[in-house]
Write a protein that binds this ligand. Sequence first.
Ligand code: ATP
Length: 211
Amino acid sequence: MLELKNIAKKFGDKIIFDQFDLMINGGEVVAIVGPSGGGKTTLLRMLAGLETIDAGQVIFDGEEIGLDELITRNLLGFVFQDFQLFPHMTVLENLTLSPVKTMNVSKTDAILKAETLLTNLEVIEQKNAYPFSLSGGQKQRVALARAMMIDPKIIGYDEPTSALDPALRDQVAKLILENKKLGITQIVVTHDMAFAEKIADTIIKVNAKEL
Ligand SMILES: Nc1ncnc2c1ncn2[C@@H]1O[C@H](COP(=O)(O)OP(=O)(O)OP(=O)(O)O)[C@@H](O)[C@H]1O
């Protein structure tokens, strides 16, 4: 479904990726593990179009796409480590902001879609609440719903369990496995090998030579 070939990425003189390859099959859960500073977040950000790729090939569904096209294709929806919900906006406003502003979706359609996602993820009762009043697990679900608003082909999670207690960690694992049943392709960056083994079909080590 998505293949990266010979990817190169530098920050200044620092080489983060050199001839890096990655293959993700549709519907698969891929865990990305590796040392701190190894480039796991950078990899997700490149796939989301939030970070440029210096060189290499990106092949999506058998077709090579331009390195700069990842930005416009919305291939990857992002669930950030600390959720990054806008504190001054309600749950519903957090979800509808980007589709309305950047994707020309009408406000009515965006609200309908947001309400469906929030219902499915069992946080609809919180739709008018502000992020500060949500529990960790609720924030996680709202962040996931927000990532799903753009109909991404892939959902990427950056350290989804880092701030969570074991019960919430299990809840995140359950959510990821539920999404997998729906056929959603997912990439999960994590430090937690036990978590990776629980959820992933494939575990990819990034710059693991120092491990
Ligand atoms: N915008 C940037 N400018 C310069 N250097 C950067 C930038 N973003 C990341 N880096 C550097 O690139 C390297 C990889 O960072 P990245 O955040 O991808 O690692 P990581 O594997 O996700 O680490 P961690 O597990 O600690 O979150 C680090 O050395 C980091 O300092």
